[in-house]
Design a protein around this ligand. Sequence first.
Ligand code: GDP
Length: 191
Amino acid sequence: INLSNARLEKVAVKKEDYPPIKMPEMCICGRSNVGKSSFINAVFKDKLAKVGSTPGKTRTINFFNIDNKFRVVDLPGYGYAEVSKEEKRRWRTMIEEYLLERQELKLSVLLLDSRHLPTEDDKIMLSFFDKKEIPIMIVLTKCDKLSNNELAKNTELISKELGIEKELLYQFSAKSGMGVKQVQYAIIKFM
Ligand code: GDP
């Protein structure tokens, strides 16, 4: 599989817009501004996803085709405070519609900011994947912003908070390239 043979295949807001031809899919989710677009660009192809657009602005589900072998599904970032209740409900519906019904979903990647403890929303996402028995990969983003000591300490704290062994957390930085190879390897192996 050539991970950098990647293109945006479809932009969707509802399930009628999803690409009709079946292919295994992995979804990527996390809080708004967690570094989702940067992650996609570092792991797949540079400039594939738009980085640093106004937080909370992405209201679509983006389907990226990877080498005609599988799709990366970029779900809207959640947890952005500065939006109305109505808007939040729309996001939730959009995410749930994909997660609840998509048979092709084989792997979910949850991004967490390495500097912070997981939020209630992050935990809701996790328990959801657990219930549906969808394999999960947890990636700690922006690790370049921490010293080695801080990173070790935070990884431990996050692992405790989630009840997940710390060896299962991928330390990642789109800026320094930390963890990119490991994540690529895991994705190839899995997909
Ligand atoms: P998204 O909203 O989750 O898609 O996040 P983006 O990828 O757009 O990134 C949000 C902000 O965090 C941008 O200003 C990025 O430049 C920054 N960012 C993303 N990843 C990293 C990283 O690994 N290291 C650092 N230092 N900044 C990052």
